[in-house]
Design a protein around this ligand. Structure first.
Ligand SMILES: [Zn+2]
Length: 362
């Protein structure tokens, strides 16, 4: 067994999903059945022997890595392996990376590290050389559509739409194909630019999008939280026990506290991820506008919106479209650097309305 893995792929290629699925396979009794509690909790960060480190800021600092290395030194609690996943390992700063390096050089027998990054070049060579590399590619639209027809049993039209709209992001494609609410929400994001009349409407539209985003994130977080709380309870409360005492109670309370902290972080992260989805969808829309403006013979991502896209193309210049795309890309960076999701959406709407305005970088 290799003790350190590096999974690389562009955003949306499913690198974090590959990492957590691999982690689940290591802690599942049936090598990753996808059904059992171990599998389900491992992929969402609720398994006692699987830790998924999701960086909140633009850098992973030494203080973030130290507890992970400490964790790695301990034997697993219930599974055969203790698995530590670091998403966005490209954000490790030098000190943190060097500290991690020591742990990778002297692996503990039952610990497996899984690092994720966009490419091998984004990680220190010293780290790369101590990991086994797995590279993922963005699949083609047709391949995604075929997968949706076979795996999700959806019809050709929905499959084609979902594959195009996902822009190569498989998880997104699957959600679009199988969940009408996800499609409806996407439509709401895409309609946003059409309702911007003045600055105050930008704030209103951003607020509506933010509310939709929060509803999705909360629903998902509530479901995951509940499952983990039940799991924690089942581990401590034996049949017939109604009250914990002594060491048992202390141990339960400390785990419950840790879990609550973890759940709060995840809830925040789910909002950020959904805001990012909205921004990526809007970037796709303006890429289509640019495609029409440049008379390029490329398939539109949002072919079903062709009339609106042609109208937007006729009503603006190529330069304005490019500025809008740049502004949206910039807001994605702000979002992942810790910017408030609501403010990011407001800034995005204002810059779509008036591409001459530039958000001030703090
Ligand atoms: Zn399983």
């Amino acid at each position: 067994m290799t003790h350190a893995w590096l999974i690389t792929g562009p955003p949306g290629s499913g690198r974090s999903r590959a990492a957590t699925t691999f982690a689940a396979a290591l802690v599942c009794e049936k090598s990753g059945c996808g059904q059992c509690q171990a599998c389900r909790t491992a992929s969402t960060g609720g398994h006692a022997d699987v830790h998924v480190e999701i960086p909140e800021g633009s850098e992973i600092l030494l203080d973030h890595v130290k507890p992970l290395v400490h964790m790695a030194a301990q034997a697993p609690m219930t599974a055969t392996w203790r698995v530590i996943v670091i998403e966005d390992a490209d954000r490790l700063n030098d000190r943190a990376a060097n500290y991690l390096l020591k742990a990778l050089e002297e692996p503990t027998p039952h610990t497996v590290w899984i690092l994720c990054a966009p490419s091998v070049n984004d990680v220190l060579p010293t780290i790369t050389s101590r990991t086994r590399h797995v590279g993922l590619r963005t699949p083609r639209t047709e391949a995604i559509a075929r997968m949706l027809i076979h795996e999700c049993g959806v019809d050709e039209m929905i499959a084609a739409f979902s594959a195009r709209a996902s822009q190569g992001h498989i998880g997104r494609a699957r959600a679009l194909a199988t969940d009408p609410d996800t499609r409806e929400r996407r439509q709401q994001y895409m309609r946003a630019p059409l309702s911007l009349r003045d600055l105050s409407s930008c704030v209103v539209v951003a607020g509506d999008v933010f509310d939709a985003v929060s509803a999705v994130a909360d629903a998902r977080a509530d479901r995951l939280d509940e499952e983990e709380l039940q799991l924690l309870k089942s581990r401590f409360y034996a049949e017939g026990v109604t009250r914990l005492t002594g060491a048992m109670k202390r141990s339960h309370d400390s785990e419950a506290k840790e879990l609550a902290k973890e759940q709060k972080r995840r809830r925040k992260r789910l909002v950020i991820d959904e805001v990012d989805r909205a921004l990526v969808d809007l970037i796709g829309l303006f890429r289509d506008v640019l495609t029409v403006q440049a008379s390029a013979r490329i398939e539109l991502i949002n072919d079903e919106m062709r009339p609106q896209i042609e109208q937007m193309a006729a009503g603006s210049t190529e330069e304005e479209t490019v500025r809008r795309i740049e502004a949206l890309e910039h807001e994605r960076v702000v979002l992942f650097a810790g910017g408030s999701p609501r403010t990011v959406l407001e800034a995005a709407m204002v810059q779509i309305k008036d591409p001459r305005i530039r958000a001030v970088v703090a």
